[in-house]
Each structure stands twice: as C-alpha cells, then as structure tokens.
Design a binder for this molecule. Structure first.
Ligand code: ZN
Ligand code: FE
Length: 294
C-alpha cells in the first residue's frame, strides 16, 4: 500500500469514528428522557443499596424509601404490630431487592396501599401480590387498581376497615381529588405521617389530570390543616423543579431561598429531599401559600 492509499484509508476510518461519535452524542442529548435516567439508576443500583432512606418514627413505625422508575418513590413501611406495607409500588423489581436487603422473607409483605390508579403507582401490584400473597388496598373509585382486594374511601366505614386490617395503628383515609378523581392519602395520626401520593410534593403539587383546580385546592387545604409536625412522604422527587418555580413566584422570600439552596445541595449529592414536614411546607410551598402569594 502506498502512502496515498494509506492516507485515504485513514481518513475514511476517521470519518467513521467522527460519525459514530456524533450519533452517540445525539443519542445522549435526545435521551434526556426517563429511559436514560432509568438506565443510569439501574447501573447505579447494581453497586449500591436499593433503599435511599430509612427512618423510624413515633409509635415505632419504620419507613424505607425506595427509588423506582426515573423519579418515583415507593415505600416499605413496618407498622408497630409487625405488619408490613408497600405504598405505591411503581414496579416490583426494586421492591423485591429492597425486601432482600432488609432480610425480609419472600412472603413477608402484608399489604399494598395505592394512592391512585396511575401506572407509576400500581405497576408493581400484580407481581408483588404473586410473589408475596399480599392484600391490595386502594381507592374505591371505578376499578382501575390492578389486583385490588379492598376499596376504601374517606368518610365511610373505612377507618374501621383499615383498623381491622392493621389493628394497632389508626389509619385515616383522606379523599384528595385533583391529580386524579380517585386520589386518596393515607394518614397515620399517632405517628404523624402522611403518604400523599401525587397530591402534595415538596414545594409543589401534582398536575391536574382528572380533577379541577378547585378540587386540588380543597385537597391541599385538607392536608395543610393537619398538625405542623406531620411528616409527608410524597411519591416523586420533583423538588428541584418545584423550587425553581417557587423562587419565580416569590424571589425574595428568605425561607424559599434557603430551602432552594438546601435542595440543590442535597440533589448535587444525589440525595433525596423527601420526606418533608408540613410546617416548612406551609412557609415555602406556593400552592399552600396561594392565599398569601396573591
Ligand atoms: Zn399520578
Ligand atoms: Fe406519579
């Protein structure tokens, strides 16, 4: 091969590499989506724990937070009486790994609680029920919850029903329509915990898919009337985006500024910003401050 031929070959090869490089960059750029983040999370999860946070609360209740899909949180809850609950399992794999990490036996999940029918809250129902034989409890509204065993709603006989199912802890069902019409929250007054699904987020609230703005406002007010020290377990990590919006609404609110800084700091270390407490939320969440902001 003469020098010219070699050079031609080399240039052709270089062009191919450049093209491949360009398409790879395009792939990364256009894949800001859930699938890319999920892939990244999956890779990370193979080298780290499936649980992002575990906390024991009043009345001896422990909550383990499990990141699912791209930005969902499901929860494994250990009640005082030893019963175990999974709240809003988006998918089953991360829950099963978390149960393994916790040393729970295969069949050691007693209940699933679903806050509403969206796939990223019920996607793990079927497989988890098959795997553990657990009981599925969700809103008694239409029949959109896969594998549901007991439908519940606020202001019926449900407090009794829930107490029967869980015996030692009072579990109140709050109707929280807005994001969807069937949306409910699980409130544990003795422990001061609320599982708020997609109704209240840190510094934000869920999008309106089925309900009206008035319904969402009422639902947020209902949450806002719970005691100050209520600890809220929400179903998504949206806080950084919510903080940006809160700042645009109230650029000189010092509480919002401080919290945004803290949120950015936590997220830069890939740490969770959930749960959060209601007192802080009332100071920094524009949707709970609606009356003050206007
Ligand atoms: Zn939803
Ligand atoms: Fe969701």
């Amino acid at each position: 091969m003469c020098v010219c031929e070699f050079l031609d070959c080399f240039l052709e090869f270089a062009a191919k590499i450049q093209n491949a490089h360009r398409s790879f960059r395009r792939f990364i750029r256009t894949n800001t989506s859930a699938s890319w983040t999920t892939m990244r999370k999956r890779l990370l999860s193979t080298i780290s724990s499936s649980i992002s946070k575990s906390k024991t609360h009043k009345n001896n209740i422990t909550v383990h937070q499990i990141p699912c899909l791209s930005d969902n949180y499901a929860y494994l809850v250990e009640l005082k009486n030893g019963k175990r609950v999974c709240v809003d399992p988006s998918e089953s794999d991360p829950i099963v790994s978390a149960m393994k990490d916790l040393g729970w036996e295969n069949n050691s999940l007693d209940f699933i609680w679903n806050t509403h029918h969206h796939y990223d809250h019920v996607g793990g129902n079927k497989e988890l029920k098959e795997y553990t034989g657990c009981f599925v409890i969700g809103p008694d509204y239409g029949s959109d919850i896969p594998e549901i065993d007991v439908g519940i709603r606020e202001n019926r006989d449900d407090e009794e029903k829930m107490s029967f199912l869980h015996d030692t802890e009072t579990i109140q069902v709050l109707a929280l329509p807005g994001h969807t019409l069937d949306h409910i929250g699980f409130y544990l007054p003795e422990s001061g915990l609320l599982f708020s699904g997609d109704t209240l987020f840190a510094m934000g609230c869920g999008r309106l898919f089925e309900g009206t703005a008035e319904q969402m406002y009422e639902s947020l007010q209902k949450i806002s009337n719970l005691p100050d020290n209520t600890i809220v377990y929400a179903a998504h990590e949206y806080t950084q985006d919510n903080a940006r919006f809160a700042l645009s609404e109230e650029p000189s609110n010092q509480d919002v500024l401080d919290r945004s800084d803290h949120v950015n700091e936590l997220r830069s270390r890939d740490e969770t910003t959930v749960p959060f407490d209601l007192a802080q939320e009332r100071k920094t969440n524009p949707f709970l401050r609606a009356a003050d902001v206007e």
